[in-house]
Ligand binder design. Structure first.
Ligand code: NAP
Ligand code: MG
Length: 488
């Protein structure tokens, strides 16, 4: 009898890039057209998995931002503000349908430009983006029902700035409610991931969205700053780091501008000894390694009950050993590339700090590509509450594990960071879930699951995670002025 050895490794399952047509150069999208930036200034965007150059993208100066705001103001005053809601809804429905029809193209481009696994951009980012346009299209002609007894008006020109971790989804979270409520927009995507926003601009042309209703100004921090400082912007919406958020809050406060801030997080994922252990392991892994941990609501701290800690951590390590780190275009990949060299540097620095503070590091054996930006999934055990890796957002595939004995202790530890965006609770007791949800300082609390999103469900934080909500009626209300018309 011969004993055959089977190679059980996965065969590569690469998504084709043929569906995507990347131009050599992209302009700004202003007043319905692609235009050059002043002085023809551009910057490069690369594929972080290979460091291959993808395209040059126009870098908007202060003068370019000014043109975009002027176009948005003109569009607002001449047609968009007074267009009946059901007509605005038609545009949103058309955008949503186009996103569905061209979902593969968008997903591949998102993965090429940002480094996230294709299965995530295909199965999460794009469906979520389309769902947000569908959801808000439904509200556009029903605002009087959303805010009964109130006179609803739009703000005017909205300035919106987004980060690089969910480029298309963030664009949809920002644009859909603003347009549904009758605002016009100047939108700035992140410097490392501008390409899907520019493809969206093509969709906006295809659906005949009136010129100037959405303007897209690509660039770096200075472009964002020019938008924040522009005197003719009526409302600001920002998603990004707490540092930049605070600066924007100061600028908005000085001009009494309405503002929503979606900032960082340091979510606690709390596992009690009565939880369904294998499901909880799976939830914790998804909670931190989804999108390489570049997730504001990532479950970056695991709080596990002491009685099961040893067994749970062992199971967790065995599960993490099986994660496949590699080519984001491969459908077998679980963990893709880190979004940029700068972000990789930030992650590596904080991980070094974790080691020097005395936490114990665990990384599975995985071979990382020489080209591109990569970081192995990392688990820190023996983490103390005062360690920087327990307090600061790492925004990478790094989990800090702590233990607790009582539910009170879990709540205290969970709340003991400057952030308050999200939390997860794993237990079979519904009463414990409700008790915890009341006490946790978090805008979202998931129970026996993690990272679930729906456009009807508001998302946002407390403390240094920002304020305001996106999604649901709460998200809609951030884009309207309501007054009672003299009624109380
Ligand atoms: P970031 O530096 O704050 O960047 C976010 C956006 O702001 C980018 O478009 C950025 O442009 C722009 N920007 C940078 N400096 C600016 C300035 N002075 N004025 C106006 N705009 C400016 O954050 P990041 O490092 O790219 O993103 C990671 C952070 O975002 C993490 O801390 C994460 O927690 C947070 N985040 C939060 C949420 C949430 O929903 N709460 C969601 C995603 C991410 P450039 O790209 O050109 O720098
Ligand atoms: Mg890029």
């Amino acid at each position: 009898m011969t004993t055959e050895k089977f190679d059980l490794d996965y065969a590569p399952a690469l998504e084709s890039t043929a569906v995507v047509n990347i131009a050599k150069q992209y302009g700004l999208f202003v007043n319905g057209e692609f235009v050059k930036a002043r002085g023809d200034k551009t910057f490069a965007t690369i594929n972080p998995a290979t460091e291959a150059h993808l395209a040059n993208v126009a870098e908007a100066s202060k003068a370019d931002v000014n043109k975009a705001v002027k176009a948005a103001r003109h569009a607002y005053e001449t047609y968009w503000r007074d267009m009946p809601g059901k007509q605005r809804a038609r545009y949103l429905y058309r955008i949503a349908r186009q996103l569905q029809e061209r979902a593969r193209e968008f997903a591949v481009l998102e993965t090429l430009d940002g480094g996230k696994p294709i299965t995530e951009s295909r199965d999460f980012d794009l469906p979520q983006a389309a769902a947000h346009f569908f959801y808000h299209a439904g509200w556009a002609d029903k605002l009087d029902y959303a805010f009964p007894g109130r006179k609803v008006t739009s703000h005017g020109v909205v300035g919106q700035i987004t980060p690089w971790n969910f480029p298309m989804m963030m664009a949809a979270w920002k644009l859909a409610p603003a347009l549904a409520t009758g605002n016009t927009v100047v939108f700035k995507p992140a410097e490392t991931t501008p390409l899907t926003a520019l493809l969206l601009a093509e969709v906006l042309q295809d659906v005949d969205l009136p010129p100037g209703v959405v303007n897209i100004v690509t660039g770096a921090g200075a472009t964002g700053q020019a938008l924040v400082d522009h005197p003719d912007v009526d409302k600001l919406a920002f998603t990004g780091s707490t540092g930049v958020g605070k600066m924007i809050q100061r600028a908005a406060a000085a001009r009494r501008l309405p503002l929503t801030l979606e900032l960082g997080g340091k979510a606690a994922h709390i596992v009690f000894d009565d939880a369904a252990i294998d499901q909880a392991v799976e939830g914790v892994v998804k909670g931190i390694f989804f999108n390489q941990g570049h997730v504001c609501c990532a479950g970056s701290r695991l709080l596990v009950q002491e009685s099961i800690a040893e067994m749970f951590i062992e199971k967790l390590k065995r599960r993490v050993d099986l994660l496949r780190v590699g080519n984001p275009l491969d459908k077998n990949t679980d963990v893709g590339a880190i979004n940029s060299a700068a972000q990789l540097g930030r992650i590596a620095d904080l991980v070094k700090v974790g080691v020097s503070e005395g936490a114990e590091i665990y990384q599975p054996k995985c071979s990382l590509n020489k080209k591109g930006f990569w970081f192995a999934p990392t688990i820190f055990t023996g983490v103390q509450q005062s360690h920087r890796i327990a307090q600061e957002e790492i925004f990478g595939p790094v989990l800090s594990v702590q233990t607790f004995r009582t539910a009170d202790e879990a709540v205290q530890k969970a709340n003991n960071t400057p952030f308050g965006l999200s939390a997860g609770v794993w237990t079979e007791k519904g009463s414990k879930i409700l008790w915890m949800a009341d006490l946790l300082n978090a805008g979202v609390v998931w129970a026996n699951t993690y990272n679930q999103f729906d456009p009807a469900s508001p998302f946002g934080g407390y403390k240094e995670s920002g304020f305001g909500r996106e999604g649901g009626m709460q998200g809609l209300s951030a884009y309207v002025r309501t007054d009672t018309g003299g009624r109380s």
